[in-house]
Design a protein around this ligand. Structure first.
Ligand code: NAD
Ligand code: DAU
Length: 360
């Protein structure tokens, strides 16, 4: 199997990227990670806590669209593997301001692909066989590229045609196509994973699960879009990290792998689960259930009805399985948020931004 050594992780101060870096440094002893992150509103060095003194990890604040910087990092750190998380990731933000999604998700991916092609093929002069044996570009993508499902449709497979419906998913679909094209045209050793909705530690509280936890604890409304019956397929973030690692090590080049845990839930079911765990672990002082705070609000424009991932290929070919069920993962998640309220308060108060400005 392929063993990465000097890895450029992009977006590794975000939610999934930071969980991946922590996972990888634990799982693989002989790796060095250069973590390139612009530290936008979503990137937070606090997500990398505990890794400050880690010699195998270096955080660099910078833009994946900055070609000179990317070229320098590839060269200076002899990068053999790129693991590409950096993106604008929030669907609602893409509806109000799509421009940054086109820039980071499409142009940024293009910049990284082109920099790798130049570095590995032109500068290091690797022939196709050596390139494909000794280098990797792994691209992280989403199930949203496949569009939306009716309730009785089968789950998305890797053969499902792309039909993105939001500026976010359209920009991710474009980036997936670029990655594919660099394999077919230039022989770049790429792999891609398309994953369902993640949840877990260090999740930014603009997304449904951490927002509901935050608002529940702050005695604020728990906003449910539309009728609350939209379905998402949930995966614990550490399971996503293990799937990415498995695909980098053993995935076939040029292939895409769907990642999911067969955990379809309506949004109302998700919010009910959060409320009952909080009722158990941190009951409201008045002993009233947190479900009292549920409030139905205006629907998201173009709101996809249902996502569901068929992860059979990953399971059959690479033997990957998630370690957590929705129930065990959600319990860990709620316990983590209750034990890490300073992290949450810091994110919400914006204090971490001031810290970032001082440090970088
Ligand atoms: P996130 O918003 O938490 O993190 C994104 C990170 O990228 C942040 O740290 C941000 O600072 C950084 N970034 C943004 N623009 C950048 C730029 N121009 N240059 C360098 N860094 C930049 O997102 P996330 O939820 O961790 O998602 C990570 C990846 O996984 C994305 O590619 C997303 O499309 C994909 N994905 C997410 C989910 C999910 O449920 N969250 C599911 C499937 C796939
Ligand atoms: O499917 C993978 C995708 O999951 C990733 O590619 C995206 O980066 C990630 O943000 C996520 O997208 P969603 O739109 O599914 O996640 P979000 O947490 O924004 O919303 C989940 C569901 O909850 C969705 O049906 C909208 C609904 N929702 C969301 C928010 C923020 C609410 O009902 N109320 C809310 O306040």
């Amino acid at each position: 199997s392929y063993q990465p050594k000097n890895i450029l992780v992009t977006g590794g101060a975000g939610f999934i990227g930071s969980n991946f870096v922590r996972y990888l440094l634990g799982a693989a002893k002989d790796v060095n990670v250069v973590n390139l992150d612009l530290l936008t509103y979503a990137g937070n060095p606090d997500n990398l806590k505990g890794m400050d003194g880690e010699e195998r990890h270096t955080l660099v604040q910078g833009d994946i669209c900055d070609r000179a910087l990317v070229d320098r990092l590839l060269r200076e750190h002899s990068i053999d593997t790129v693991v590409h998380f950096a993106a604008e990731s929030h669907v609602d933000r893409s509806i109000t301001a799509p421009g940054e999604f086109v820039r980071t998700n499409i142009e940024g991916t293009y910049c990284l692909l082109e920099a790798c092609r130049q570095f590995w093929q032109t500068e290091q002069k690797l022939d196709k066989e050596t390139l494909q044996q000794t280098r990797r570009f792994h691209h992280i993508s989403t199930d949203e590229v496949y569009g939306t499902l009716e309730l009785d449709d089968p789950a998305f497979t890797e053969e499902t045609p792309f039909a993105p419906n939001s500026p976010y998913s359209a920009s991710k679909a474009a980036s997936d196509h670029l990655v594919r094209a660099y394999f077919h045209t230039y022989g770049l050793p790429v792999t891609t994973t398309n994953c369902s909705n993640n949840y877990g530690f260090y999740h930014f509280p603009e997304k449904l699960i951490p927002l509901v936890i935050l608002n529940a604890l702050g005695q604020k409304p728990l906003p449910i879009y539309g009728d609350g019956k939209n379905v998402r397929d949930w995966l614990f973030v550490a399971d996503h990290a293990s799937a990415i690692h498995r695909v980098i090590e053993s995935g076939r080049l040029g292939e895409t792998y769907n990642v999911g845990g067969w955990n379809e839930k309506t949004n109302l079911e998700v919010v009910d689960t959060i409320c009952s765990l909080l009722n158990e672990l941190k009951p409201r002082e008045d002993k009233v259930s947190y479900t009292e705070q549920i409030t139905f609000v205006k629907d998201r424009p173009g709101h996809d009805r249902r996502y569901a991932i068929d992860a059979t290929k990953l399971e059959r070919e690479l033997g990957w399985r998630p370690a957590e069920t929705f129930e065990t993962g959600m319990r860990k998640t709620i316990e983590w948020y209750l034990a890490n309220q300073p992290w949450l308060n810091n994110v919400v108060s914006g204090d971490y931004r001031k810290w970032v400005e001082k440090q970088y």
